[in-house]
Design a protein around this ligand. Sequence first.
Ligand code: FAD
Length: 216
Amino acid sequence: MRNSKNVFDLVVIGTGNAALCAAIAAKENGANVLMVEKGTKHKRGGNSFFTDGAIRFAYNDMTGIQKILTDLNKEEVQHIVMPIYTEDDYYADIMRVTKNKSEPELARQLVSNSFETIQWMKEQGVQFELNENQSFEKDGKLQFWGGLPIKTRRKGIGLIETLIARAEEMGVEIIYETRAVKLKKAEGKISGLIVIQNGAKKDYPCKNCCFGMWWI
Ligand SMILES: Cc1cc2nc3c(=O)[nH]c(=O)nc-3n(C[C@H](O)[C@H](O)[C@H](O)COP(=O)(O)OP(=O)(O)OC[C@H]3O[C@@H](n4cnc5c(N)ncnc54)[C@H](O)[C@@H]3O)c2cc1C
């Protein structure tokens, strides 16, 4: 619900994984949140709907994996060989694939919060499972490689359906067929978002705006 002045604390653009996680986290912290999605309700979820669901995070070792996949039994765990993947490994991978062009502070922020973010997503209802695409059988054991041992259950469909349901359950307002086109500013601060809705410009007053998409 909006506050008495009809001003949202936060308007989130898009309904992909980034946008939904931002909206839910803000709502958890008491903000009035609006999400605007340029696509139809039927096409919500962006690229996140189509992902295979593999999510990279610093799990450290099998103990970390077991904190996420709490339904793995002892026999299954004994059958798995899981290479260690630390925050430093994750950071080094980001810097390697981006040829050191990533902003170090942001990359460090991403990796150092990656494990607790997956835990937080689990608390929101997202279900995870072993990503067997990143494993092979050797000596009777399932050997994982590449730092991507977990994926979301039912891939991007499961991810988006769960997060949308959670956002709606929490009272996040979502409007579709609404394209964000411009930020409004007053006294050096964000004061609103201009959108195109039904072919006409409309202004949503807000205190903050969060981009869950590339600005296009
Ligand atoms: C087939 C496929 C498989 C993939 N597999 C994996 C994988 O296994 N693991 C992995 O990590 N990554 C994978 N990816 C990449 C991953 O899907 C994306 O990196 C991720 O979904 C991006 O999420 P996002 O929330 O940032 O953006 P998106 O999910 O793309 O969401 C952006 C949203 O913003 C909306 N939007 C854009 N502009 C506006 C505007 N002006 N106004 C309002 N709304 C707007 C879009 O309609 C969309 O809903 C895969 C991608 C594809 C296509």
